[in-house]
Design a protein around this ligand. Structure first.
Ligand SMILES: [Zn+2]
Length: 252
């Protein structure tokens, strides 16, 4: 799920980011110079704008570059402003999601026979005190994520192999990932975020099929997207919905 840029030239270090404002005062951004060969611009959910540029780029070229992307920057800022997440709170009475459905967290006194479970709109988490709630939640999520994602990936993997008539078989690692949903290594190991089990199933499937496509194509080339669309004709809509979900739901 990660975009890759051309590799930097060896031995060049990035400079410290400097805050800049367009000459007309309309946009503020940070500029970082590094060893890459292209100008790059990103807009972040907190509203910050980051520009990275080759070391030799004159300031006038940086300003012209930002100016040329003004329409996109403004649309992206408006998109983020329209999809603000709720504050991430993991506490008794807080909300967590499982397969797209909200559950209210209930801390219950720890006892041997009580196991964490989803029950009637609640997630019951045995714990000794409020402080151990977060640990109890993470243990519960990791174990559930491992079993849910293992089964779902096996099912989708079988479908993809049948559709493509090949035998690329992944191995799976599940762990807590704060910023990404998944990745796939050259050796065929798919790493999935335990946080994925909060997603509605169509969005969860999108991430899994995306990574299964990376087993066959390691890049985000047109061939990769053609493969993804062949397996999942509404991949674009799911990707947009995933982006909105990620912005609107806190991630712990
Ligand atoms: Zn990807």
């Amino acid at each position: 799920m990660r975009r890759r840029f051309p590799k930097p030239r060896a031995g060049r270090k990035a400079s410290a980011p400097a805050a800049l404002t367009l000459p007309d005062g309309s946009l503020t951004f940070t500029l970082q110079k590094d060893g890459f060969r292209t100008l790059r611009l990103s807009v972040h959910p907190d509203g910050s704008i980051r520009v990275r540029a080759p070391e030799s780029t004159p300031l006038s070229a940086v300003f012209a570059f930002v100016e040329s992307r003004r329409g996109w920057i403004e649309r992206t800022l408006a998109f983020f402003a329209a999809h603000r997440p709720a504050a991430p709170v993991l506490a008794d009475g807080g909300t967590v999601w499982f397969l797209g459905r909200p559950f209210t967290v209930r801390a219950v006194p720890a006892a041997r026979e009580v196991r964490p479970r989803l029950q009637g709109g609640e997630l019951l988490l045995p714990c000794r005190n409020e402080a151990s709630l977060s640990r109890a939640f993470r243990l519960w999520r990791q174990s559930l994520a491992k079993s849910v994602l293992t089964r779902r990936l096996a099912r989708l993997d079988a479908k993809v192999r049948a559709a493509l008539n090949d035998d690329a078989v992944p191995t799976l690692t599940v762990r807590s990932l704060r910023r990404r949903w998944g990745s796939c290594s050259l050796r065929g190991n798919i790493v999935l975020a335990a946080q994925l089990i909060s997603l509605p199933l169509p969005l969860l499937d999108y991430v899994l099929i995306h990574e299964l496509c990376h087993l066959r194509r390691m890049d985000h080339s047109p061939a990769f997207h053609a493969l993804l669309l062949r397996l999942l004709p509404d991949a674009r809509e799911r990707r947009t919905a995933l982006r909105v979900w990620g912005l609107e739901h806190p991630r712990f």
